[in-house]
Design a protein around this ligand. Structure first.
Ligand SMILES: Nc1ncnc2c1ncn2[C@@H]1O[C@H](COP(=O)(O)OP(=O)(O)OP(=O)(O)O)[C@@H](O)[C@H]1O
Ligand SMILES: [Mg+2]
Length: 522
């Protein structure tokens, strides 16, 4: 018998009790089994002891102490009693299931081998089955934990990728989810600071009572609530759509509320522009019809006034007495008819701008020519005129005269908005897209325009100027001319803060678009 670690040979019983105690100690099963096999080998003086484990009835692997010379065929034959004489093989069976085979090559043929291998096989079988179960279970738990984690990260990534601010509160108003969008921006709060805190502490700038009422409404009604709010917290006026959505963890009561904040400023501006262009188009159509009807009688009045004046001359030549006011009256009739004609021309330009040939135009040259025209006018003498012209401006297709008309109308309005001294700045610059290749801004320090009035200023005849001072046609004509160029007019203005009128013109690469409403956003 091969000496053990103590140097003393061990009898089969001592070996068995040692093996049993090793198994009872537990620990890492593979290490224990290796030890068991070593001991079996020592007890039998066998050089070859092998443990084969089955998977679904097949010999799958030799986990420990696998011996190359011991073939699966020999082990199989030994089980049927037909193997090589020295080969002892015993099935490992537990709970009626075959889980493997323990085989030993009993070279010394001491006769203990069959007995010993059978007992060890019986000892090993339940331990191995248990270890296998445990191993499989641990694997499954780890796998499903990984899967759950992957799903959680996937959902979090979706929520973080949304271009919306999103958070979730529970019934105690404590924050349970807080997406990336809510971490950034002026009012951003980091997720670590928000999670678990009452929402009123996190959004401390908002009135707690109003916020609580919004959540309570969803908790009690179970219905989605939606409303828009205007905020200047980011420094510029923005409009947000807030949606509060009830969430139920099961089919019962509302357990959480999902709150979503979406910046809809651009959308609202586009809607307003669209509504305004629709309205202006309708007014234009109406005006065109009325003007057409007025044009003919007006021409008749003008012709009558002219022939009346000729008649007066004839009478005077014939020595007849002519009432002293007659000349004055015909002159007034003529003046007023001319005034009406100018109004009609403007209105017709508004409703159907005479589309003139568009040539490459330097917007800087347009600005300079307009300034040259207005500079000597007494209205502009008391004002400071500044220019900031971008020399890199590319030419855009346009009508030189019409664009001068637009810049002139904007300059006159700016001057009118500043009854005392003040400065007007005209700035040109390049835009970022083909649709706004050349931009000109007329910036004044005047009275400014109330937000409520902004949508009306492009309507024909809308004026706040005293009678005889303004007809209210200047901006409506500008609007039509710029729309005919495929561009648009924007306004930034607030009472007391001056106004900036901005015309944006496309270059030749921009896709042609239908007449665009003038933007009126402050
Ligand atoms: N730069 C500005 N600052 C303040 N208000 C302005 C400015 N430009 C236009 N407005 C407002 O818009 C209204 C309409 O302007 P618009 O040019 O169409 O007509 P108007 O100047 O009143 O008359 P018209 O141009 O026909 O002589 C003005 O009456 C004024 O209330
Ligand atoms: Mg005007």
């Amino acid at each position: 018998m091969t000496p053990t670690g103590t140097g003393q040979p061990l009898g089969p019983l001592a070996v068995l009790s040692e093996i049993a105690s090793r198994l009872a100690e537990g620990g890492e099963i593979v290490a224990t089994v290796t030890d068991v096999i070593q001991r079996l080998r020592a007890a039998l003086d066998a050089s070859e002891v092998s443990l084969w484990l089955h998977a679904e009835g097949d010999v799958r692997r030799s986990v420990v102490a696998g011996v190359p010379s011991m073939s699966a065929a020999d082990v199989g034959a030994a089980l049927d009693g037909a193997g090589p004489p020295a080969l002892v093989a015993r099935r490992l069976v537990t709970m009626g299931q075959r889980i493997g085979v323990l085989a030993a090559n009993d070279v010394s043929m001491k006769g203990d081998a069959p007995h010993l291998v059978t007992i060890v096989a019986n000892l090993l079988a339940p331990e191995l089955a248990h270890a296998d179960d445990k191993h499989r279970l641990t694997g499954e738990v780890a796998r499903s934990a990984r899967q759950v984690e992957a799903e959680r990260r996937f959902t979090a990534r979706i929520i973080d990728s949304l271009p919306l601010g999103l958070y979730v509160v529970d019934r105690e108003y404590r924050v349970q989810a807080w997406n990336r969008n809510r971490e950034t921006g002026y009012q951003g709060v980091s997720r670590d600071l928000a999670i678990g805190k009452p929402i009123f502490e996190v959004l401390h700038r908002q009135p707690a009572d109003a916020l609580r009422a919004e959540f309570d409404e969803v908790f009690t009604s179970g219905r989605i609530q939606q409303f828009n709010i205007d905020s200047e917290a980011s420094g510029s006026p923005r409009t947000y759509r807030i949606t509060k959505i009830p969430m139920r963890l099961d089919d019962g009561v509302v357990t959480h509320v999902i709150s979503i904040g979406e910046d809809i400023t651009e959308w609202t501006t586009a809607q307003e522009r669209w509504a305004q262009s629709e309205k202006l188009a309708a007014i234009g159509q109406l005006a065109a019809g009325v003007m057409h009807e007025i044009n003919n009688p007006l021409a008749t009045v003008a012709a009558c006034a002219e022939s009346l004046s000729l008649r007066l001359d004839d009478l005077r030549r014939a020595g007849c007495e002519v009432p002293p006011q007659a000349d004055e009256f015909t002159r007034i009739i003529d003046q007023e008819v001319q005034r009406c004609k100018r109004i009609i021309d403007s209105l017709l330009t508004f409703s159907r701008p005479k589309s003139q040939e568009k040539l490459p135009i330097d917007l800087n040259a347009v600005v300079q020519q307009t300034l040259f025209l207005v500079k000597h006018h007494k209205r502009f003498k008391r004002l400071a005129l500044h220019t900031l012209l971008d020399p890199s401006l590319e030419p855009v297709p346009g009508s030189y005269e019409q664009l001068i008309q637009v810049v002139m109308a904007l300059l006159i309005n700016a001057a009118d908005a500043m009854p005392e001294n003040g400065a007007i700045t005209i700035r040109t610059r390049r835009g970022v897209t083909d649709g706004e290749a050349a931009i000109a801004e007329v910036i004044d320090e005047g009275s400014g325009i109330a937000r409520a009035d902004l949508p009306r200023i492009f309507e024909p005849f809308y004026t706040t100027k005293p009678p005889g001072r303004g007809t209210g046609l200047g901006l409506s004509v500008c609007y039509s001319i710029i729309a005919d160029h495929g561009g648009r007019i924007e306004v930034d203005s607030a009472p007391g803060a001056g106004s900036t009128f901005r015309i944006l013109l496309p270059n030749g690469n921009a896709p042609a678009r239908p007449a665009q409403a003038a933007g009126a956003g402050s």
